[in-house]
Design a protein around this ligand. Structure first.
Ligand SMILES: Cc1ncc(COP(=O)(O)O)c(C=O)c1O
Length: 345
C-alpha cells in the first residue's frame, strides 16, 4: 500500500558521518601498538581533555551498555545500589548488565518525570537508604541519562542540585550520555559545564547514535576511578585490540565540532516535527522535545495507518509512538511524516 519508507525508528538505524569513515581510512596505514598504547589514543586523550577543560581519561568501548555497566562497576561495590530514573536505560534495557558486571550492584529506580531523576525523590531515598545497615544495599552512585529516554534534557542547575545531594553522601555521579551531544547542542553550554563542573564524575559518551560507526567511550573525570577501570574493561572483554581505529572515530567525532553539528541537525528535525505535531488535533506530545526523540500519543488506529503507509517507528504502548530523528533526517522526511499524521490522526 505504501509508496515510500520513512525511517523514524532509532538513531541506531542511521548512517555513519563521512568524516568518521574518512578518519578510519586515514588511520589505516602502517602499524601501531594495540590495546590503546598507540598515538591516536594518546591524541584522543589529549584532545578530549582540552575540550572538557580538564585532564580526563578516555576509554573507547564498543557499546553504550558496556560503557554504563563498566563505568558503574568501577565505582561500586557488589553490595552497592545505583539510583536512577524508572526509564533509565540501565533499568529498562540492559538486561541488568550493571548487576552482572558490578557483581551484584543493584539498579534502584526512584521517582522522576520525563525520564529524569527528581532531586526531591533522591533526597528522600538517600534519607531512608539505611547507610551502614547490613540489611540494605549501600547507595554508591546516581545515574543521569542526558538526554533522557523521553527526549528531555537536564539543565545545568538540575545536574548541580542532584550532584550536590550525591556528594553529601559520597555517591558517584554517572552520566549516561548516549545522546550527550544532543543535550549539549540543546543547552548551548560547554562540555565541562554539563559534566565535571556540575559534579559529574564519569560519563558514558555516546558516539555511535550520532554518526559514529562502532564505538562509544567512557570519559573519567575522577583519577581514582580511572586507575581501576582498565581491569573492569579487560575482564569484561571490552578493550579493543586495534584501538587506534576506535580512537580515530572519536577524534573525528569531536574535531571541528562535528558532534555538535550532527546533533544540531537531528535536534532541528525533531523541533520541526514537534512544532508540526503540536498543530495536529488528535496527536499529543507527552514530554518536552529537547533532543532528537519524540513521544506522541495518538489513537491506535492512527498509528496502524502510519505503519501501513511506510512509516518506520516503534510503539511504546498501543497509543504511544516514539519517533527518533537522525543526523541525516531531512526536512522532506519530516514534512512527509507530518502530512501522514495530519491525514490519519
Ligand atoms: C540512553 C541510552 N543509553 C545507553 C544505550 C546503550 O547503547 P548500546 O545499544 O550501544 O549498548 C542506549 C541505546 O539505545 C540508550 O538509548
Amino acid at each position: 500500500m505504501h509508496t515510500q519508507t520513512l525511517e523514524f525508528r532509532s538513531d541506531n538505524c542511521g548512517r555513519v558521518a563521512p568524516e568518521i569513515i574518512e578518519a578510519i581510512s586515514r588511520a589505516n596505514h602502517g602499524s601501531a601498538i594495540g590495546y590503546g598504547a598507540d598515538d591516536l589514543t594518546l591524541q584522543l586523550n589529549m584532545r578530549v581533555s582540552e575540550i572538557f577543560e580538564t585532564q580526563v581519561r578516555v576509554f573507547p568501548i564498543p557499546t553504550g551498555t558496556g560503557a554504563n555497566a563498566l563505568a558503574l562497576a568501577s565505582v561500586g561495590t557488589p553490595f552497592g545500589a545505583v539510583f536512577c530514573s524508572p526509564e533509565a536505560h540501565i533499568n529498562t534495557s540492559e538486561c541488568n548488565a550493571v548487576g552482572f558486571f558490578g557483581s551484584g550492584l543493584k539498579v534502584t529506580p526512584i521517582d522522576g518525570i520525563h525520564g529524569k531523576v527528581c532531586p526531591d525523590s533522591l533526597e528522600k531515598n538517600l534519607h531512608s537508604a539505611g547507610f551502614g545497615q547490613a540489611h540494605k544495599s549501600q547507595p554508591v552512585a546516581v545515574n543521569l541519562v542526558q538526554a533522557t529516554y523521553l527526549g528531555a534534557v537536564y539543565s545545568v542547575a538540575e545536574i548541580q542540585r542532584i550532584s550536590a545531594l550525591a556528594r553529601e553522601k559520597n555517591l558517584t555521579v554517572h552520566m549516561d550520555g548516549a545522546r550527550f551531544a544532543n543535550a549539549l547542542a540543546y543547552l548551548g553550554c560547554t562540555p565541562a559545564e554539563m559534566t565535571w563542573k556540575s559534579g559529574v564524575d564519569i560519563l558514558s559518551l555516546g558516539v555511535t547514535k550520532n554518526g559514529g560507526l562502532l564505538s562509544d567511550a567512557i570519559v573519567v573525570f575522577n583519577p581514582a576511578v580511572a586507575d581501576k577501570i582498565n581491569f573492569h574493561l579487560r575482564r569484561g572483554g571490552m578493550i579493543w585490540s586495534k584501538m587506534r581505529f576506535a580512537s580515530a572515530q572519536i577524534l573525528a567525532y569531536v574535531e571541528n565540532d562535528l558532534w555538535l553539528r550532527l546533533a544540531k541537525q537531528s535536534n532541528l528535525a525533531a523541533q520541526q516535527l514537534a512544532a508540526g505535531i503540536n498543530n495536529i488535533p488528535g496527536a499529543r506530545l507527552i514530554a518536552p522535545v529537547q533532543a532528537n526523540e519524540l513521544f506522541a500519543e495518538m489513537r491506535a488506529q492512527s498509528l496502524d495507518q502510519l505503519a501501513q503507509h511506510g512509516v518506520l517507528f516503534y510503539r511504546r504502548g498501543p497509543e504511544l509512538a516514539r519517533f527518533v530523528c537522525r543526523w541525516e533526517t531531512t526536512e522532506e522526511e519530516v514534512q512527509s511524516l507530518l502530512s501522514l499524521i495530519a491525514q490519519h490522526a
